[in-house]
Design a protein around this ligand. Structure first.
Ligand code: TEU
Length: 550
C-alpha cells in the first residue's frame, strides 16, 4: 500500500478533519462506529478536499473515557476492528492523498494497562515509578485535596501498597510519571512504531500536562514541559515530515511561540481553548455557559493571529468531541442553521493557521438532545451529575446545562441519511439519535449546490490553491464593532478581505477607509459583493470574501 509522503510543511495548506470513531460510521451493525466504516466514507472526505484525518483514539481500551484510557498502545479495540483494518485505513487514505494523524494519549494510561497493573502491585515493582505515587496524609486520606477534572479526588488509593496514585481525569486514568526516563523511552518507541506504520503525525492529548511538578502544584504548563517536548522531537520527530498538534487548554497567546516557533524543535501547532473557556461562567465553569458574544470570540482568535504573526502556527477550530456543536454554540441552529454555519466557517477558515472540521460540521449538525440523565454516556457528565445532585442542584437545571455544554452534545452519530439509524448503523446506535434533528443529513446537504458541503469544498480548495491564505499577513479592522468581523490577509500586492456579521440581526458599519475594497467575490453566504466601502449593511449572518490586486 502506498504511504503518505509530502513536502515539508504540507499541513500549512491543508484542512484537517476530525473523526471521532465511535460515532462516525458503523460497518458491522453493532451500533458502534468502526475502522471499516471510516474506510467506507473516505471518498466523502476526499471529495470535500480533506488533507488529513485526525483520528480520535482507536486503541484497545476499557472505555472508561471513550478510549482516552488506553490499555494497549499497539492494538485496536476489537469493536473498532483489527490492526489490518488500521493498515487498510492508512493505505486507502494515502491513495486519496490524505494522511492519518493518530491521537497520542500519554499523560495517562488506563488502569488496566500492563504497566500500571505491574506498578500497583508492589513498591519495588520495576515500573513502579512510571506512575505518580504518594503516601497518605497523616489521617490516612489523600496526600492533598487536589480535585480531578471529571469530579472527585485527584488521588486514588491503591490498597495493594497503601499509597495513592495521581489520576487527574477519571480514577481509571492514572497519570504517567514523566520524570522517569525509561517511561519516556517507552513512549518514544511506541510513537516510532506508529510512524513506521505510515501515520502522518500526532494530535497530543492534554500535552500541556506532561511537564508537571505535582508537589509544587504546577500541573499545566509545568517546569519540564518544554524539555520533554524537545526530547520527543529529537528522539522521534526530527527528520520525519509529520504533523504535530498539541492540545493545550492552559495555553495563552504568549505560549504560542515557545511551543511552535520555527527554531524551537517542539510542535507544529496548538489547539488552544481560550475562545472556549471565554464562554464559560468564571466560577461554575462549563455547566453554566455564558451567552455567546461574537466580539469576545473575535478578540481571542485575533490575539492568536497576532501571537503567531511572525513565528509559530496555530490550529483553527470551533468544535470537537469535547465541545458542543459549532452551530449550536456560536450560530443559529434553528432559523439560520446553514447560513450561520457558513458565516462561522468562512470567518474561521480565512484566518492564518490550519483549519479543522469536526465530523458532521461539514453539513451543519446541531447538538444532540437528551431528556433524562440515563440517556447520557459521557463520564464527565455522569460524574458531575452525581456531584451536582449531592450538592442539591435541581435535576432539570443540570440536564439543561448538559444539553448546552456537556460532551455528549457533539458525540451523537453522524447523520449520513434521513433513513433508519441515520445511515450510521443498521443496528441500535450506542447513544440516541435526536429525532428532531433527523432532517439534517449529509445526503440532503450534498444534493444542494448551495449546501454546506459545497461551501466547505470551495474553502478547502481555496486554501490549497491560494498562497495568501497560508502566507498572507493578518490585519484587523473595526475591532470595536459588536457583531461584525472585518479582517484581511495581505501578500505582496494581493488582498483578501473577509467581512462577517456573526449575529442574526442586520448590522451596519462604516468601512474604515483603509479596509475599503473592490475586487472579485470569492465566497459569500447571502449574495456576492464586489466592493465594500462607505456605510455597509450586512444581512443576518451575511459573510463575504473579496479578493483584490492593488
Ligand atoms: O481533553 C482534555 C480536557 O481537558 C477535557 O477533558 C476538558 O477538560 C473537558 O472536556 C472540559 O470539560 C482530552 C480529550 O480531548 C478528552 O476527550 C479526554 O477525556 C481527556 O483529554 C482525557 O484524556
Amino acid at each position: 500500500m502506498s504511504r503518505f509522503a509530502l513536502a515539508p510543511g504540507w499541513w500549512r495548506r491543508r484542512t484537517g478533519y476530525q473523526v471521532w470513531p465511535r460515532s462516525f460510521c458503523d460497518f458491522d451493525g453493532d451500533g458502534i462506529g468502526d475502522l471499516p466504516g471510516i474506510v467506507s466514507k473516505l471518498d466523502h472526505l476526499a471529495d470535500l478536499g480533506v488533507g488529513f484525518i485526525w483520528l480520535s483514539p482507536v486503541y484497545d481500551s476499557p472505555m472508561a473515557d471513550m478510549g482516552y484510557d488506553i490499555s494497549d498502545y499497539r492494538a485496536i479495540w476489537p469493536p473498532f476492528g483489527t490492526m489490518a483494518d488500521m493498515d487498510r485505513l492508512i493505505g486507502e487514505a494515502a491513495v486519496r492523498d490524505m494522511g492519518v494523524v493518530m491521537d497520542l494519549v500519554v499523560n495517562h494510561t488506563s488502569d488496566r494497562h500492563p504497566w500500571f497493573l505491574e506498578a500497583r502491585t508492589d513498591r519495588t515493582a520495576p515500573r513502579r515509578d512510571w506512575y505518580v505515587w504518594r503516601d497518605p496524609a497523616p489521617d490516612g486520606g489523600p496526600p492533598d485535596d487536589r480535585q480531578s477534572y471529571f469530579g472527585g479526588p485527584g488521588w486514588r488509593l491503591a490498597p495493594e501498597t497503601g499509597q495513592y496514585y495521581l489520576a487527574l481525569f477519571t480514577p481509571a486514568q492514572p497519570d504517567l510519571n514523566w520524570e522517569c526516563a525509561a517511561m519516556r523511552a517507552a513512549v518514544w518507541d511506541m510513537m516510532r512504531w506508529w510512524l513506521d506504520r505510515g501515520v502522518a503525525g500526532f494530535r497530543m492529548d492534554v500535552i500541556d500536562h506532561i511537564g508537571k511538578d505535582v508537589d509544587a502544584g504546577l500541573i499545566e504548563n509545568g517546569p519540564r514541559l518544554h524539555d520533554h517536548l524537545r526530547e520527543m522531537h529529537r528522539e522521534v520527530l526530527a527528520g520525519r515530515n509529520v504533523l504535530t498538534v498539541g492540545e493545550a487548554w492552559s495555553a495563552e497567546p504568549a505560549d504560542a511561540v515557545p511551543y511552535t516557533g520555527r527554531d524551537r524543535g517542539e510542535l507544529d501547532m496548538l489547539f488552544q481553548f481560550r475562545h472556549v473557556t471565554e464562554g464559560w461562567d468564571p466560577v461554575q465553569g462549563k455547566w453554566r455557559p455564558r451567552p455567546h458574544d461574537p466580539a469576545a470570540l473575535r478578540r481571542v482568535l485575533y490575539s492568536w493571529q497576532r501571537a503567531t504573526a511572525e513565528d509559530g502556527w496555530t490550529a483553527l477550530f470551533l468544535g470537537n468531541h469535547d465541545l458542543p456543536r459549532m452551530v449550536s454554540r456560536y450560530g443559529d441552529p434553528v432559523a439560520h442553521r446553514v447560513r450561520s454555519a457558513k458565516a462561522l466557517t468562512l470567518a474561521l477558515h480565512g484566518l492564518r493557521g490550519t483549519p479543522f472540521v469536526y465530523q458532521g460540521d461539514e453539513f451543519g449538525m446541531v447538538n444532540g438532545r437528551f431528556d433524562r440523565i440515563e440517556e447520557f454516556r459521557d463520564v464527565e457528565t455522569l460524574t458531575h451529575h452525581r456531584l451536582a445532585m449531592e450538592a442539591g442542584m435541581a435535576e432539570a437545571e443540570f440536564i439543561a446545562g448538559a444539553n448546552t455544554n456537556g460532551r455528549d452534545t457533539g458525540r451523537t452519530p453522524v447523520q449520513w441519511t434521513d433513513g433508519p439509524g441515520a445511515g450510521f448503523t443498521n443496528g441500535t446506535p450506542w447513544i440516541g439519535l435526536t429525532p428532531a434533528n433527523a432532517h439534517i443529513s449529509a445526503e440532503a446537504d450534498a444534493a444542494d449546490a448551495n449546501g454546506l458541503i459545497a461551501f466547505h469544498r470551495r474553502l478547502i480548495v481555496l486554501r490549497r490553491d491560494m498562497a495568501i491564505l497560508t502566507d498572507g499577513r493578518f490585519a484587523a479592522h473595526a475591532e470595536d464593532h459588536t457583531s461584525v468581523w472585518i479582517y484581511e490577509r495581505r501578500l505582496g500586492g494581493e488582498r483578501l478581505l473577509i467581512a462577517a456579521n456573526l449575529t442574526g440581526t442586520e448590522a451596519q458599519l462604516d468601512m474604515p477607509p483603509d479596509a475599503t475594497i473592490a475586487g472579485r467575490p470569492l465566497l459569500w453566504t447571502v449574495a456576492p459583493r464586489d466592493r465594500l466601502e462607505g456605510t455597509v449593511t450586512l444581512a443576518p449572518w451575511e459573510a463575504v470574501a473579496i479578493h483584490a490586486l492593488d
